[in-house]
Design a protein around this ligand. Structure first.
Ligand code: TMP
Length: 223
């Protein structure tokens, strides 16, 4: 109930920067996040990298359930969507907003676009429901900039296979799933060209990093 004697709470001034990385498995996201973090730190910026799902104690439990635990084997697509959203809602309120208010440059290893693409475009859940749940989870905390590392899905699959590591639940999906992931991401980038920038991820890591730095440098030292 609103109490007229208490002034409304005004949101904290946001001085930080919120950048999300997106892309299919095998696109080189981890390497690019590491290179960007090092570059920003060398430029004197405070940086925090947070991953999704995860990034908080509760979120890491959700990550385990979604990716590896036996108990997650038979989750329906709707439960999967809500678990990703729950992890995100917690991350936004517990970590992202306080860090932004403190002037930190926050790098997200995946954010809401992963849900639109994986649960919406690839799993086939209704896009309007996925978007509504995303909006509820983030409550207006949208990235200032999103970098989409785009790569042909078969090249990305070969890169994962070459790495020799065990595949998690999502990585074990058939090739068509990853074609839909790629198409979904490109569609989102078409819808929101100001926020989502496509980068050619098949170039050398140094060349991809140079492209990323061109986009990020103007925001690097603003806080
Ligand atoms: P990764 O970020 O370590 O590659 O693994 C996260 C996996 O979870 C990846 O396969 C994408 C998937 N995912 C979704 O399906 N929906 C989401 O909302 C997020 C954040 C990730």
């Amino acid at each position: 109930m609103n109490n007229p004697s208490i002034p409304p709470v005004t949101p904290l001034a946001c001085t930080g920067f919120l950048l999300s990385f997106e892309g299919s498995e095998g696109c080189g996201k981890s390497t690019q996040i590491r290179l960007l973090r090092e570059r920003l730190q060398a430029a004197g910026r405070r940086v925090e990298v947070l991953r999704e799902p995860g990034g908080t104690a509760a979120g890491e439990q959700i990550r385990h359930l979604l990716q590896h635990a036996q108990e997650g084997d038979h989750l329906c697509a709707e439960s999967e969507l809500l678990l990703f959203a729950a992890s995100r809602a917690q991350l936004v309120r517990e970590k992202i907003r306080p860090l932004l208010a403190d002037g930190v440059f926050v790098i997200l290893d995946r954010f809401l676009d992963s849900t639109t693409v994986y649960q919406g475009f690839a799993r086939g859940l209704p896009l309007d429901s996925v978007r509504a749940i995303n909006a509820f989870a983030i409550g207006g905390t949208l990235p200032h900039l999103t970098l989409l590392l785009d790569m042909d899905s078969s090249t990305a699959r070969e890169r994962i296979a070459r790495s020799g590591r065990a595949l998690d639940r999502m990585e074990s999906q058939p090739a068509e799933f990853f074609d839909r992931v790629r198409t979904g991401y490109l569609e989102l980038a078409r819808e929101e060209p100001e926020r989502i920038h496509i980068l050619q991820a098949a170039k050398t890591p140094e060349a991809v990093h140079a492209d990323i730095w061109n986009l990020v440098q103007p925001h690097a030292l603003q806080a």
